[in-house]
Design a protein around this ligand. Structure first.
Ligand SMILES: Nc1nc2c(ncn2[C@@H]2O[C@H](COP(=O)(O)OP(=O)(O)OP(=O)(O)O)[C@@H](O)[C@H]2O)c(=O)[nH]1
Ligand SMILES: [Mg+2]
Length: 350
């Protein structure tokens, strides 16, 4: 999964990127212009730790989230529009996270969080609209594309009304799949991160912003990029203590990851053995067959069945064999919907 950190220049994208990844990319106004910082974080998961404690595997693998600190819009005001390079980078992402300035800017500008969120939304809607209008223009000359044209026309109406595509409800699954290749920006799940000064880390987001997030089904978290960047650069055992000294329950990385999972409707499937204990990120509702394909296409192709245990049964009983004896190992077919925290062993023909 790839999450793009986006937002206006100087909102603190690179600071938040460093906080989440523990890396030390250069911050400062314009420091990121023209390039994209990439980083990967392991998703902390006590369930994987529990499996490892049981199996002592050669390798323990956590799920991962890739972050891209997408270079900002051109220098200057918010209204100049996003440049094509930034837009192209944003389209590659599975989800977007807008870093919103919640601190006083370098020229004394007070934070304008909701205005910034709405301004970026307008930019993303406009970028999608341009794409759709170009495509509709071309479709006029092509025959036999009536379904695509109908879908795009509904989408255009939504954007013309100033609403993002993720809120469009009148489109059938088949219509969405006709246009999935466009990777529309306003359709991507969006998480808002309000980047506040240290003095405000324990305060809730301004009511207007929370209300906007709630009304539009967007994720929202408040953090201080600067504080979190300092935390991210500390030894792991010091991080929690420092966060607590500021009145926080934990470093923001955990909160951020949980928000992203919830927003994207992601869950973890677990696999275990003497070679490897591992968490796999899948979408809620994924079938056993598709989950098998996540591990390897050969397992999907030769799928026989899934043997499924609950982690709690496995850790209590101590082994797969004892789970089997105790009737705690279920045999499931390809249509079984994998649940969060299922420990799965796939049987397949090679
Ligand atoms: N006062 C204050 N300054 C901050 C805070 N977070 C970031 N900054 C500063 O704001 C400036 C810009 O931060 P960056 O993280 O580089 O912002 P960016 O969004 O990556 O900027 P571009 O790459 O130019 O788009 C830096 O000088 C940061 O130190 C904050 O919470 N408070
Ligand atoms: Mg930057």
């Amino acid at each position: 999964m790839k999450i793009g950190l986006v937002g206006f220049p100087g909102s603190g994208k690179t600071t938040v990127f460093n906080a989440l990844t523990g890396l030390a990319a250069e911050t400062g106004y314009g420091a990121t212009r023209g390039r994209t910082n990439l980083g990967v974080v392991k998703v902390p998961d006590a369930r994987v730790d529990a499996l490892s404690a049981l199996f002592h595997p050669k390798k323990t693998t956590y799920a991962e989230i890739a972050f891209s600190d997408v270079a900002a819009a051109p220098a200057g005001t918010h209204t100049q529009g996003l440049d094509p390079q930034t837009l192209a980078a944003m389209r590659e992402m599975d989800a977007l996270c807008q870093v919103v300035r919640g601190f006083v800017g370098p020229a004394g500008e007070p934070p304008a969080a909701l205005a910034d969120v709405e301004a970026l939304e307008v930019e993303m809607n406009l970028a999608d609209l341009i794409l759709i209008e170009k495509r509709l223009e071309r479709l006029k000359k092509e025959k036999g594309r009536a379904n695509e044209e109908a879908a795009l026309t509904k989408m255009k109406a939504q954007l013309d009304a100033g609403r993002p595509l993720r809120e469009l409800s009148g489109l059938l699954e088949a219509e969405w799949s006709l246009v999935s290749g466009f990777r529309f920006l306003s359709q991507k799940p969006l998480l808002l991160v309000l980047n506040v000064p240290e003095s405000k880390v324990t305060e809730p987001a301004p009511a207007a912003l929370s209300e906007h997030a709630r009304a539009h089904g967007l994720g929202l978290i408040v953090l201080s990029g600067k504080v979190e960047m300092d935390i991210g650069q500390m030894a792991p055992e010091e991080q929690l203590e420092f966060a607590r000294s500021l009145g926080l329950d934990e470093p923001a990385r955990g909160r951020f990851i949980r928000s992203a999972y919830a927003l994207l409707d992601l869950i973890s499937m677990l696999t275990c053995g003497e070679d490897e204990c591992r968490a796999w990120t899948i979408r809620r509702g994924t079938s056993a067959l598709k989950a098998a394909g996540k591990i390897h296409s050969d397992i999907e192709r030769g799928f026989i069945r899934a043997e499924v245990m609950r982690l709690q049964d496995l850790t209590q009983l101590g082994s797969e064999a004892r789970c089997r004896e105790a009737g705690k190992l279920r045999l499931e077919g390809k249509d079984y919907v994998v649940q969060d925290g299922d420990v799965v062993h796939f049987r397949f023909n090679v």
